[in-house]
Write a protein that binds this ligand. Structure first.
Ligand code: C2E
Ligand code: CA
Ligand code: CA
Length: 573
């Protein structure tokens, strides 16, 4: 990331107008010459050439759909094939408000629309929003390397692994994940600075010493991942303590290996498998390496049990809904909550949603569980109202698979109405990555939900490769900043990223929720940055229904006593 301050400078941005009708072109140029520098092209072909020529400084393209030589659709198709041009946002101008053209253009990667005749304010705002979005996204995406170890960050490691696998179909690879035993204890004992130093040294030592090294990344606090050229069965002989001798005498490093990885598999799944193998040898003296094949059996058995028992679990009410408060920083009280599902399995004990949700997403069970959770949330809202308990909006998670239900919006509406729930009290959380897979269906459903009065929250913002189109295309009210953004904000560069994300949301009049906040320092920083809500262990873990009600009641009591003592002032708890 550059150290220059990338806040939105006042320098005039360069815009390309691609339009065959000369009158229209002139009209646009007249309208905007005060605010932007303009370039003109009379057809798509010339437009693409200009785009290539000026790709570094070009901020946005205004594109007509119907033109001779190379029309707008062809233009978008060609742009999609070029990763550099794809990063430059395009607003399509359509004459009549024909939905089909718009949807088609959206599918081809257009970022927004305006309809003719142009309304100056509308077009200007859309242009400015998109330019800001793109500039912020590119800042977000510049976090290519982890600042402590200089290894690739998790997201970039995944991207580069993917492209390496794709470009070398004949080469076979292994994935190795390393983990330091009891790193937390080391941190407490030696302090963060020293341990960061150890991490840095270890990253350097392993990257240099492991044979066949291709790519290395930091995928967790003390977890590194290495893509290496495949070797037959000999990792246990190579991955020994001698690789890092001299760093810290009592440091124990363990390795999980996925051998001969399947190039079609998601990189995150491959890393999950390697870390799963790792977990199996945690704390086992003298054992440093485990391969995924060893644990595969156990894993499959567990998955089998989960799938076998899910129907019954739903019928018997084994799934429980917990509520995690969202603290309103300005008011100093709880301003909402997120519903999170929990499963206490009769045989397996507590199973994390991080384990069973992906399984249910694969086997198609998730919509049934989600409907169950939403119904429980509606009942909870109804109960709070009837018993005069404190009421706050509750958000529910929707999974990408739920959008395959064509009347999803209508069914949620009916469910809320059946339980007498004020629609404004039910928020919908949609994860950023889901949108990219099915933009058409998701936009349509979200528009209907929004029209019915439900508020939409964009989940996990900043957790992966942030796309601009999602922010422009959904009727959002809230952005949830992913935990990774908060965690990484300890360094100055990353702090700026967090700041821009909050500024961006603010500029779009969206509220922000920071997730996974655990420390007072993080709260203080977020408060300075103007974040609206905080969700995280610092205020509360997800709570079972009764404890959640107590939490709200106690808060109400505190609030009442406080306002009795000093009327008109509400102090933060
Ligand atoms: P999510 O929607 O991003 O939920 C936030 C996760 O962060 C929750 O994990 C929550 O317990 C955890 N968390 C909250 N504060 C902190 C903190 O301060 N520190 C740390 N380390 N973690 C914190 P959980 O409950 O395990 O859920 C994991 C994921 O499972 C959720 O991520 C969500 O994607 C999915 N999920 C949970 N419940 C449901 C559900 O009912 N339906 C669907 N479709 N997905 C669900
Ligand atoms: Ca969520
Ligand atoms: Ca989240």
């Amino acid at each position: 990331m550059t150290s220059t301050n990338p806040s939105y400078s006042r320098k005039k941005r360069l815009i390309l107008v691609v339009e065959d009708n000369e009158l229209n072109r002139e009209l646009l140029c007249d309208l905007f010459e005060e605010d932007y520098r303009l370039m003109e092209a009379e057809n798509g072909q010339i437009g693409l050439n200009l785009m290539r020529e000026h790709s570094r400084e070009l901020s946005l393209v205004l594109l007509d759909v119907y033109m001779p030589v190379c029309d707008g659709f062809e233009f978008l198709r060609l742009r999609q094939q070029d990763p550099v041009l794809e990063q430059i946002p395009v607003i399509v101008t359509t004459a009549s408000n024909t939905m089909e053209d718009e949807i088609y253009a959206l599918e081809l990667g257009a970022n927004d629309f305006v309809t003719k005749p142009y309304n100056y304010e509308v077009v200007k705002n859309r242009i400015n929003n998109l330019i800001r979005l793109r500039e912020t996204a590119s800042i977000l995406n510049q976090l290519e390397r982890d600042t402590t170890t200089r290894l690739f960050s998790k997201e970039f490691f995944a991207r580069y692994v993917r492209s390496t696998l794709q470009s070398n179909p004949d080469q076979r690879y292994d994935m190795i994940c390393s983990d330091i035993e009891s790193f937390k204890t080391m941190n407490d004992r030696y302090g963060r600075r020293t341990c960061d130093q150890y991490l840095r040294q270890l990253a350097r030592a392993l990257s240099a010493a492991i044979p066949g090294m291709v790519l290395s990344g930091r995928i967790g606090g003390d977890v590194f991942a290495f893509l290496v050229r495949h070797r037959q069965n000999r990792w246990a002989k190579i991955l020994t303590p001698s690789l890092h001798s001299g760093i810290a005498s009592n440091m124990v490093v363990k390795y999980g290996v996925v051998s001969n990885i399947d190039p079609a598999m998601e990189v995150s799944t491959i890393c999950d498998r390697a870390t799963l193998a790792l977990k199996g040898i945690k704390g086992r003296y003298g054992v440093y390496v485990a391969t995924y094949d060893d644990v595969l059996g156990d894993q499959q058995k567990k998955e089998h049990i989960i799938v076998e028992s899910m129907e019954r679990a739903l019928e018997e009410g084994q799934f429980q809904v917990y509520f995690q408060p969202k603290h309103d920083l300005r008011m100093g009280v709880t301003g909402g909550a997120e519903a999170l599902v929990r499963w206490n399995h009769p045989e397996l004990g507590f199973v994390s949603p991080g384990v069973f949700i992906p399984i249910f997403e694969r086997n198609g069970f998730i919509p049934r569980l989600d409907f169950y959770v939403w119904e429980q949330v509606c009942k909870q809202l109804q109960r709070s109202r009837e018993l005069n308990l404190p009421v706050v909006p509750i958000s529910v998670n929707v999974s990408r698979l739920d959008f395959d239900i064509p009347d999803l919006a209508e069914r949620i509406t009916a469910m809320a109405d059946r339980n007498g729930v004020d629609h404004r009290l039910l928020h919908i959380e949609l994860t950023e990555s889901a949108y990219a897979e099915n933009p058409r269906q998701i936009s349509a459903t979200m528009e209907r939900l929004n029209a019915a009065g439900f508020l939409l929250e964009l989940d996990d913002f900043g957790s992966g490769y942030s796309s601009l189109s999602v922010l422009g295309s959904l009727p959002l009210s809230v952005i949830k900043l992913d935990m990774s953004l908060i965690r990484q904000a300890a360094s100055t560069e990353n702090y700026n990223v967090l700041r821009f994300a909050i500024q961006l949301a603010d500029g779009m009049r969206l509220k922000t929720v920071a997730e996974g906040v655990e420390t007072a320092d993080q709260v203080a920083a977020l408060q300075v940055l103007g974040c609206d809500y905080i969700q995280g262990y610092y205020y509360s873990r997800p709570l079972p229904q009764e404890e959640f009600e107590c939490y709200l009641l106690e808060e109400r009591e505190r609030w009442r006593t406080q306002s009795k003592n000093s009327p008109r002032r509400l102090k933060s708890s």
